[in-house]
Design a protein around this ligand. Structure first.
Ligand SMILES: [Fe+2]
Length: 345
C-alpha cells in the first residue's frame, strides 16, 4: 500500500453514497447516537452534513477513548450508543474483545476500505490513516542519516532521541507491528537499543517531542505525522516556529514500510438503529467526508479512491506497512510487556 494514492473511482463511489442517502429517510429510525473519542471540532461538521443529506439526526457524546469504552461496558445492552468512533486499531480491537461492538456487513465499506484497515468480520472499519514517522531537526540531522526504526538503535543516536511514554497506545502499536514482522527477540533488542539512546525520560505528547526537537533537547523523535501537520498550520506562532525547524522522514521504505494506524468506527452491540448506524459509517467512508477529514486533520484517507491533502502530498509518496492493523490489537499486551521488560518508561 502506498500513500498518498491517486483517486481512481471517485465518480463511482460518489454515486454509491448518493444512492444510499436517497434511500435513507424512510428506512431508518430518526436518530443515531455516537460516542466519539474524536474531538467535537473534528467530527461535528461531518455529522451535520450527514443529517443534511439523510434527515437522520445525530446525537454526539465525546469523551476520552478508554472512558468511552468503560462507559459502553457499564451501560451494556442499555447503552444508548449506536456507533463508537475511536482512534488506534489497538483500541478498536479492545472494544471488539470487550463485546461492545457488533458486526455489520456493508458492500460499500468492504469495497472502499482496504482489508488490512478493518476487522475481517465487520466489527469495525478504519476511516483515516496516520503514519508514525521519524521527525528530525533539520539543522542537525541530514535525512541521509535516517533509514529505519531499527537503525535508531545505532550508537550515533546516543542521547538524541525523544519519544513519549510506553503507556501511549501509538507506541504500543508501533512495537506490536514490529513484533508481528520481526518477532519477540528482535523487537525487545530494538526497544533496549532505543531506550539507550533516549535524550530524556519519556514525557509529554507527540507535539511536545516536536517542540523538543526545535529547542535542541533532542535531534530525532517518533511522532504521528498529523501532529506535525497541525503544528505547521497552527494558530499558535510558537507551534509554527517549532514545526518550521523540523521535517519528517518515512522509515523502512526498503523493507516492510512505515508503521501506520487508523482511526475508525464500529456499530455498538446495543445499537437500536443498526441501518442508520451503518449508513453513518458509510457516509464517513465516502469521498466527501474522507476528503474533508483528511484536509482538516492531516490524516490519510482510508478510502483508497480519495486523494490526500496538498500538505500531505508535499511530504511525498511513501510505502506503508501492509500488516493487518488487527494484529496491533492482538499483540498489544505482548508489546506492553516487552516495553516494560526493556525499561521503556
Ligand atoms: Fe493523536
Amino acid at each position: 500500500m502506498r500513500f498518498p494514492r491517486a483517486a481512481l473511482r471517485r465518480f463511482a463511489s460518489a454515486l454509491f453514497v448518493t444512492a444510499a442517502a436517497i434511500a435513507a429517510p424512510s428506512a431508518y429510525a430518526e436518530a443515531v447516537n455516537v460516542y466519539s473519542a474524536r474531538q467535537e471540532a473534528l467530527i461535528k461538521p461531518l455529522l451535520d452534513k450527514f443529517t443534511d443529506e439523510t434527515g437522520i439526526e445525530v446525537n454526539l457524546v465525546t469523551g476520552k477513548d478508554d472512558a468511552l469504552l468503560t462507559r459502553l461496558q457499564t451501560e451494556g445492552r442499555n447503552s444508548p450508543a449506536d456507533v463508537l468512533l475511536t482512534v488506534d486499531a489497538g483500541r478498536l480491537y479492545r472494544a471488539k474483545e470487550a463485546g461492545v461492538l457488533q458486526p455489520v456487513q456493508s458492500d460499500f465499506l468492504e469495497e472502499t476500505i482496504p482489508a488490512n484497515l478493518r476487522n475481517g468480520e465487520g466489527y469495525w472499519y478504519g476511516l483515516s490513516v496516520r503514519a508514525r514517522v521519524i521527525a528530525y531537526a533539520t539543522d542537525r540531522v541530514d535525512p541521509e542519516e535516517l533509514s529505519t526504526y531499527e537503525a535508531l538503535t545505532d550508537e550515533k543516536w546516543r542521547g538524541r532521541i525523544c519519544v513519549r511514554s510506553s503507556g501511549n497506545i501509538y507506541n504500543q502499536s508501533l512495537v506490536a507491528s514490529m513484533l508481528s514482522t520481526e518477532g519477540e527477540a528482535a523487537t525487545e533488542e530494538w526497544i533496549e537499543g532505543l531506550v539507550a539512546n533516549f535524550a530524556r525520560p519519556p514525557q509529554g505528547g507527540d507535539r511536545d517531542q516536536i517542540k523538543a526537537l526545535a529547542t535542541g533537547q533532542c535531534d530525532v523523535a517518533l511522532v504521528n505525522s498529523y501532529y506535525y501537520g497541525a503544528m505547521l498550520q497552527s494558530d499558535d506562532a510558537e507551534e509554527r516556529a517549532a514545526a518550521d525547524k523540523v521535517a519528517v522522514f518515512f522509515p523502512n521504505q526498503d523493507g516492510r514500510g512505515t508503521h501506520i494506524n487508523v482511526s475508525g468506527a464500529g456499530v455498538t452491540k446495543s445499537a437500536k438503529n443498526i441501518e442508520a448506524a451503518t449508513a453513518l459509517i458509510e457516509f464517513l467512508a465516502g469521498p466527501e467526508a474522507q476528503q474533508w477529514y483528511a484536509e482538516t486533520n492531516n490524516e490519510y484517507p482510508a478510502n483508497s479512491e480519495v486523494e490526500a491533502s496538498a500538505l500531505l502530498e508535499s511530504w511525498g509518496d511513501f510505502k506503508a506497512d501492509s500488516v493487518d492493523v488487527t494484529e496491533l490489537g492482538r499483540l498489544n499486551a505482548q508489546a506492553v510487556m516487552a516495553m516494560d521488560r526493556a525499561n521503556w518508561k
